[in-house]
Design a protein around this ligand. Sequence first.
Ligand SMILES: NC(=O)c1ccc[n+]([C@@H]2O[C@H](COP(=O)([O-])OP(=O)(O)OC[C@H]3O[C@@H](n4cnc5c(N)ncnc54)[C@H](OP(=O)(O)O)[C@@H]3O)[C@@H](O)[C@H]2O)c1
Length: 301
Amino acid sequence: MRRLFPVTDQTVTDQTVTRETLIRETVAHETVTGPAGEGGAAPGAREGGPDGHERSPDGREWSLDEIADAYAYPEPRPGEPVPWLRANMVSTLDGAAQHDGRSQPISNATDMRVFGTLRALADVVIVGAETVRQEQYRPARARAEFARRREAAGQGAAPAIAIVSASLDLDFSLPLFTSPLVPTLILTGAAAAPDRVAAAEKSGARVVTAGDGVGVDPARAVRALADLGHTRLLTEGGPRLLGQLVAAGVLDELCLTVSPTLTAGGAQRIAGGPAIAVPRRFALVSLLEEDGFLYSRYARV
Ligand SMILES: NC(=O)c1ccc[n+]([C@@H]2O[C@H](COP(=O)([O-])OP(=O)(O)OC[C@H]3O[C@@H](n4cnc5c(N)ncnc54)[C@H](OP(=O)(O)O)[C@@H]3O)[C@@H](O)[C@H]2O)c1
């Protein structure tokens, strides 16, 4: 993994640069900043190879800690716990958000590491019911690699999964409902079918009303989660849900993986639904690259 933006003196800007130049630049950087190894190697830092030679700063796998540092949520201002909603999506070069109904064929192992890290940083993962059904969602795991970080951030062992659904047409016998570490939340409208609400609650899920009709008002959903103490929000889509969050103006950040694949066909884009009147502007916060996949972070301007 290597960092392409923000540009630092460790960034490889010229593919023809020699290995010697890279090492020289990195050594020069360390002379100014001190060794990168203290308190965890900085992204892009050198590592000694098994042969005792230094490897180029871009050619190694980042630790989960480094990825977590690169994706840290903004610090909330004291006394002002404002929720921050980020989305994590993957898209092909031609804008497809899935292939054969799943995102897995356009993802890869590093994308899944980023995906897992973003989960580990979140208080709650918001997801549309169709993605839960199509991708056969399971409860979020407690991961030893992130235990200290979560504890220090005042978070429980794993994020809650919050499913947005009007129909509550979900299989409540699944582990997602019966045996999560943290009770699964279901965000729905006040007019949701009472028998489905009862079935959800019987399974152990917690039903949260965030709309006056059958559906959920996206802005109200964000507020309802914040009222439950969840301020580091992550949505994993799908496109129909993400489109509504964009339209409601509640999306603060998009972590978009650009997969170096082309699929053609009529797949959904990452955000669907009616177009908004004026395109919303986002600014690039960071850009990482590995194996031709781009890992971007955009925050709303
Ligand atoms: N590329 C990626 O990063 C990515 C990420 C996620 C998913 N995907 C893909 O996207 C596809 C699924 O996405 P999708 O856009 O079709 O569906 P989705 O957004 O995951 O879910 C849509 C469902 O969410 C519920 N919903 C949405 N808005 C609601 C509202 N305002 N109030 C109440 N309920 C609401 C409804 O559930 P009910 O029908 O239960 O009422 C609706 O049918 C899958 O193929 C998946 O693989 C790709």
